[in-house]
Ligand binder design. Structure first.
Ligand code: NAP
Length: 296
């Protein structure tokens, strides 16, 4: 890393917790490859402390930051403090990238949806007219549904643990994309009917992630078909049981590392105005995860 000095530009990740994030590793590797005197810092902002999010975001301009990524649980909370928000971030309802403009104005964007699409594009996955099943109804699901809708999906079904949240999400997306057929079902008892009809299945829950429960296996084991494509937003571990079950049935399956790398690369391009070294970022993330195996 270039020695930090008075000219070093700062960016960071505002979230809680931020300890295990791969973003500092990915971005600092990119800065080195780009020969930029920049540094990316984990910025733990406690949601329990009153006004902490607003102070942190407004402080970015005061401290001369070039920008920041925003992660759980602040992606929506930062929105009222920004001067501008892109149309896509407004549609998704969440900001994951803040850019501090020359004049100090804070501009909010969301690179999760575009990062997801960039990874699918890399794998030559065509979503036009596809019947998609989205598992989960949180922040990542919002970005994924927006991406699927933009890419021309025919039908998008959401399975949500909290039915009211899934219904609210589907209703908001239906208003934006009236031609797409949307549906919402409760999480557990709809797998049997909804899984077989979907061609593209995306896990947008933390199920299967290291340290989280893995109850998805109970619903999907032995149920996939070779014409289905499964995308797991989880990337730690890389071979989640969802991915293993999909491959056992002959389906194509991908983890979320590609999306992570692409959303980070797009954020870096917004801050720096330069093309991001995607392969450098990918290798750094893989090395941090302790992986040298080829991508699926
Ligand atoms: P979030 O806003 O907290 O939403 C999580 C969703 O999962 C909610 O709908 C939640 O249900 C559901 N859920 C949680 N535990 C569950 C359980 N035991 N059974 C059934 N459903 C459960 O989180 P998020 O930001 O959407 O992130 C979701 C996952 O995607 C995380 O693992 C995150 O690391 C990953 N992610 C990856 C990328 C990437 O670049 N690869 C980007 C963003 C997120 P309720 O609605 O009932 O709360």
């Amino acid at each position: 890393m270039t020695a930090v000095n008075a000219h070093t530009r700062l960016v960071g990740l505002i979230g809680w917790p931020v300890d295990h994030s791969l973003s500092p590793t990915m971005h600092n590797a990119a800065f080195e490859a780009m020969e930029l005197n920049w540094v990316y810092l984990p910025l733990a902002v406690n949601p329990e402390v009153e006004n902490q999010v607003s102070r942190a975001v407004l402080g970015l301009a005061a401290l001369g930051f070039a920008g920041a990524n925003i992660t759980i649980p602040h992606k929506q909370a930062v929105m009222p403090y920004l001067d501008e928000i892109t149309e896509s971030a407004m549609s998704i309802g969440a900001v994951n990238t803040v850019h501090v403009a020359e004049d100090g104005r804070l501009k909010g964007d969301n690179t999760d949806a575009a990062g997801f699409l960039a990874d699918l594009n890399e794998h030559n996955i065509d979503l036009r007219e596809i019947d998609a099943l989205v598992i989960g109804a949180g922040g990542a699901a919002r970005a994924v549904i927006f991406a699927l809708a933009q890419a021309g999906a025919h039908r998008i079904t959401v399975l949500g643990r909290t039915p009211a949240r899934a219904i609210q999400l589907v209703g908001a997306m239906q208003r934006q994309f009236p031609k797409i057929v949307f549906a919402a079902y409760p999480f557990d008892n709809a797998f049997e009917t909804q899984l077989p009809r979907a061609r593209f299945i995306v896990n947008c829950t933390p199920l299967g992630m290291t340290g989280h429960e893995d109850s998805l296996s109970n619903f999907v084991r032995g149920k996939f078909t070779p014409d289905q494509i499964i995308y797991d937003l989880v990337y730690g571990p890389r071979n989640t049981s969802l991915i293993d079950h999909a491959k056992e049935c002959g389906a194509r399956a991908f983890d979320g590392l590609g999306m992570l790398v692409h959303q980070g690369a797009l954020s870096l391009e917004i801050w720096s105005g330069r093309p991001a070294p995607i392969e450098v970022m990918r290798r750094a993330a893989e090395a941090r995860l302790g992986l040298s195996s080829p991508r699926p």
